[in-house]
Design a binder for this molecule. Sequence first.
Ligand SMILES: Cc1cc2nc3c(=O)[nH]c(=O)nc-3n(C[C@H](O)[C@H](O)[C@H](O)COP(=O)(O)OP(=O)(O)OC[C@H]3O[C@@H](n4cnc5c(N)ncnc54)[C@H](O)[C@@H]3O)c2cc1C
Length: 452
Amino acid sequence: MAMTLENGSRVAIIGGGPAGSLCAYFLLTFARRMEMDLAVDIFEPRDFGQPGPGGCNMCGGIVSESLVQALAVEGIELPANVVQRGIDSYVLHTDETAVRIDTPLHERRIAAVHRGGGPRDVSEVTFGGIDGHLMALAQELGAKVVRTRVREVDWQEGLPRVSHGKSSQTYDLLVGAFGVNSAGGQLLEQLGFKDKGPTTTKAYITELNLGHEVINQYFGSSMHVFLLNIPRLDFAAIVPKGEFVTVCLLGRDIDRELVDAFFESQAVKDCFPPSYSPQEGACHCSPRINIREADRPFMDRVVLVGDGGATRLYKDGIGAAYRTAKAAALTAVFSGVSAQDFQKHYLPAYRSIAHDNRYGLVTFAVVHEIKRVRPLIRGTVRMTAREQARSGNTRSMSMVLWDMFTGSSPYRDIFFRTLAPGFVGRLTWESALSLWGNGRKNGAGDARRIAG
Ligand SMILES: Cc1cc2nc3c(=O)[nH]c(=O)nc-3n(C[C@H](O)[C@H](O)[C@H](O)COP(=O)(O)OP(=O)(O)OC[C@H]3O[C@@H](n4cnc5c(N)ncnc54)[C@H](O)[C@@H]3O)c2cc1C
């Protein structure tokens, strides 16, 4: 049987998150260009129009500026009812101080979105999540959505077969887009995948209903990023949306103790109205996050895209879903669906994400050390504050932090920029100066003043 897609071929996509819907979108777009009719079924149990866990794929909801641009080039705009807020700056909080960093070109090029119909306690669903939007685009091109969780896959006469309820169907290609928060690994075992799947750890998200007014006053259109000296916490962010803020903690196995330590830190308390304490019972979850890619993301007629394969470390997961989905669709339509085809045409895109994450790991390890050494973290803030106060073009620290926290540049670029002698020299100088100063004075004032 030919290992290519032809007129009338069938594709099953298990998972209708960003990776699954974008893969369907690209498969159908490329097939049209080849004047080929493809039948694409997306299997997805969630209804993304629902608020709360039933419709949500659990994430911070930041769409990086590189992804906003890439999607625009593909003709995919994020409509106003999907973008909860345009982010034009972020505020970096350390244990001692805070500094505001504006977008390099003072544009709102980063979008804050919800993943489903919003948090559990949303008063009224008046917007759409990004997952529902991307799925609708795939449906417009002809993808069929099957509202079910796939529990059984096997092979029949050399073709992958998907069974659900009483029906079963063979396909010419099966795309695994099931992320890392379900038993996708078991499906791979059923198909005979022998290699190691992705390595994951537990993150934490909560959505706090503060109302528009408080959010505008205390958070504005800034994403708030925290580099706090709390063990196991690599990175934390508060992302303002409509009437909610999304609080996101990333690190090694985030547990209750760590969440409490975060909310009890002065830097975090300073962000909220006085005497505010996070609501008990607010919508929250502890999703798993991919921190290392699956060893081999394909076999004959099967390919893994999105989180179930490789994603960017802690950042821009939706961007990685877009890149892997498009690369897999390009390979399947224009080259073929054999393991050899995926090895030759899909693996390079996949490996570039995985390889870049190695630089990300080193960068986060360095940041971890910087957080522990006061003069260094003070020097970082001083250098940033000085750059922001100047109108010149030399904004090396601001750009490094911006790109690192928004996922707008590859980790490799960021890593090499931090090795430049000018960068190291300035950081050393500012760190040395901070030994004689007080962090809060030398920074940029307290968080509320900056964000308000
Ligand atoms: C705490 C946290 C914060 C994050 N913040 C951001 C951020 O701000 N920006 C960003 O770009 N990325 C962020 N990410 C990463 C982002 O969430 C993922 O990279 C992205 O969702 C991956 O998309 P995906 O389609 O591969 O997987 P998912 O979004 O997980 O979608 C998988 C889909 O498959 C479905 N599924 C699973 N199993 C089956 C089955 N057996 N049958 C049928 N369907 C199935 C699920 O219901 C789900 O809809 C964050 C992740 C975490 C954990």
